[in-house]
Design a protein around this ligand. Structure first.
Ligand code: CA
Length: 238
């Protein structure tokens, strides 16, 4: 785990909590060092403060861009929801407002790590919608035959939708299934991650055809069975 925090007291406290859970912890105190560490390291999770010297947390997220990087939990004193959405939009996997308790921190870390290691499934399907295909056994997403970099949480959400292609999954079901029971009311997470996926997968994100919005009920991968405009057999391979 990489801990990016310039406040020495908080850094020592968080590092001790994480080590107590069995995590190997590397710490850095500024944003530039964080980018270098993330690019050269093999961290399973990153805790990223926003207010940092040299390069702040926003710049770190921007620098990393949409590449597939370890899941990042932003830890920030700015507890307003607009910042939460901004962090998720910028590529973070979760957001934790200071001050936070060690139980809450560890719960978030466990949830993020669980999403980062999708359970091996015997679902060997490649599910398709238009030129997008989700390979459920290889955990790979392709568009027009080219692999697309998606974050661990983006993948888990997309795979959940693809496994139920042609079915409407409601908001609470998706939030519980992908993020966990504690997140059932956190629609911001769902909206933000659907927006992130659409920007990567849809030919026209404003008129999505891969991840469809179904009224106020939820989302659906592709078309309903039998109404797919693709030739028979190309929308799903069992
Ligand atoms: Ca700080």
């Amino acid at each position: 785990m990489l801990l990016v925090e310039d406040d020495h007291m908080l850094r020592d406290t968080v590092a001790a909590v994480a080590r107590g859970e069995g995590h190997a912890v590397t710490t850095v105190g500024d944003g530039l060092s964080a980018v270098h560490a993330i690019e050269s390291g093999t961290f399973d999770i990153v805790l990223l403060d926003i207010g940092l010297p040299v390069m702040d947390g926003w710049a770190v997220l921007h620098q990393l861009g949409p590449r597939s990087v370890p899941p990042i939990i932003v830890i920030s004193a700015r507890g307003e929801s607009v910042d939460k959405v901004r962090a998720l939009d910028a590529g973070a996997d979760d957001y934790l407002a200071k001050p936070f308790g060690s139980d809450e921190l560890l719960a978030r870390m466990r949830a993020v790590l669980r999403r980062a290691r999708p359970p091996s499934s015997d679902d060997a399907r490649v599910v398709r919608s238009g030129e997008v295909e989700v390979d459920l056994s290889a955990h790979v997403v392709r568009r027009g035959g080219t692999a697309i970099a998606v974050s661990p949480t983006e993948y888990v959400l997309l795979a959940e939708l693809a496994r139920h292609a042609g079915e409407v999954l409601d908001h609470r079901t998706l939030l519980r299934g992908v993020w966990g029971p504690a997140y059932a009311g956190e629609r911001n997470y769902l909206w933000t991650f659907v927006r992130r996926l659409r920007s990567k997968l849809e030919a026209d994100p404003a008129n999505p055809t891969v991840i469809r919005t179904v009224g106020h009920r939820g989302y659906m991968f592709g078309d309903r069975p039998g109404t797919d405009s693709q030739p028979a057999g190309s929308s799903r391979t069992d």
